[in-house]
Design a protein. Structure first.
Length: 261
């Protein structure tokens, strides 16, 4: 049962329930999640806390007084690769929020960055809001539904304290992009481009749970090099940069009211 008061911003109502005591981090890839799991000594939930046969995997533990849960999307049973993309992200987030009832959700992972918005390899960005860049439905009202623009929780104090960059996060189900995707990303002044955040935002809005996206840059979208080459080349370094920041993020949010972030 939720209690407290409501925080409303840009069409999303967040249910305030006091200080942040429980955080859920959502990852698409095991390579993104494992360093944090190892660093915090999180333990795989066995038996599973989420409804089966969902492929996502959860881990639980703590950082001081803060309860920390991690969910990653698991592996495709057919192809043996990480379940990246919006569909697995929505499923994982829904089941994990339902199971753990977090005070705050963090969409954490790697992303492409835009040099036009000041991004460099290894930079960490915190979201201002999220949009879909490849969900185009040119019909009245459906166009905005497809765009799925959603604000994320403002965290000005955290950003300043930790020296992080901020910007718009856009999501799509392809590692590459079309010219039309690029037009949408430019229109919304995208800072980073990835494959899950907008879906996670849709789910957290259903529950009234605040969301923050924390993304490490693996490749430069507007830099001229093939995305797949830069991504593979820099995934390890970007994941390491991410895990250097995430414990600091958790320490900062622990015990604070959402309005103090």
């Amino acid at each position: 049962v939720w209690s407290g008061f409501l925080l409303h911003f840009i069409g999303i109502t967040i249910i305030m329930s006091g200080p942040v005591k429980t955080v859920l981090l959502v990852f698409a890839m095991e390579a993104e999640a494992q360093p944090l799991i190892t660093r915090l000594g999180l333990v795989k939930d066995d038996p599973p806390k989420v409804l089966q046969p969902a492929p996502c995997v959860t881990y639980s533990g703590s950082l001081g007084s803060l309860a920390v849960h991690v969910v990653w999307n698991g592996r495709c049973g057919t192809h043996g690769v990480d379940n990246v993309g919006t569909v697995p992200a929505a499923l994982s987030t829904y089941l994990a929020v339902q199971a753990f009832k977090p005070d705050l959700v963090i969409s954490a992972g790697t992303a492409g960055g835009f040099k036009s918005q000041g991004a460099s390899i290894g930079d960490i960005f915190v979201s201002t809001h999220v949009v879909n860049h490849d969900r185009r439905i040119p019909l009245p009202s459906f166009d905005q539904y497809g765009l799925g623009k959603a604000s994320t929780l403002p965290t000005p104090n955290m950003v300043t304290s930790l020296g992080l960059k901020t910007g718009v996060v856009t999501s799509g189900n392809s590692l590459d992009y079309t010219d039309k995707c690029m037009d949408i990303m430019k229109e919304h002044e995208a800072a980073v481009k990835e494959m899950e955040a907008a879906a996670i935002a849709w789910v957290t809005a259903l529950f009234g749970t605040p969301l923050v996206c924390v993304k490490a840059v693996t490749d430069i979208v507007d830099g001229g090099r093939p995305t797949q080459e830069e991504f593979l080349e820099n995934l390890g370094a970007a994941a390491a940069a991410l895990q250097g920041v995430l414990p600091k993020v958790l320490e900062f949010v622990a015990g604070k009211a959402l309005t103090a972030l």
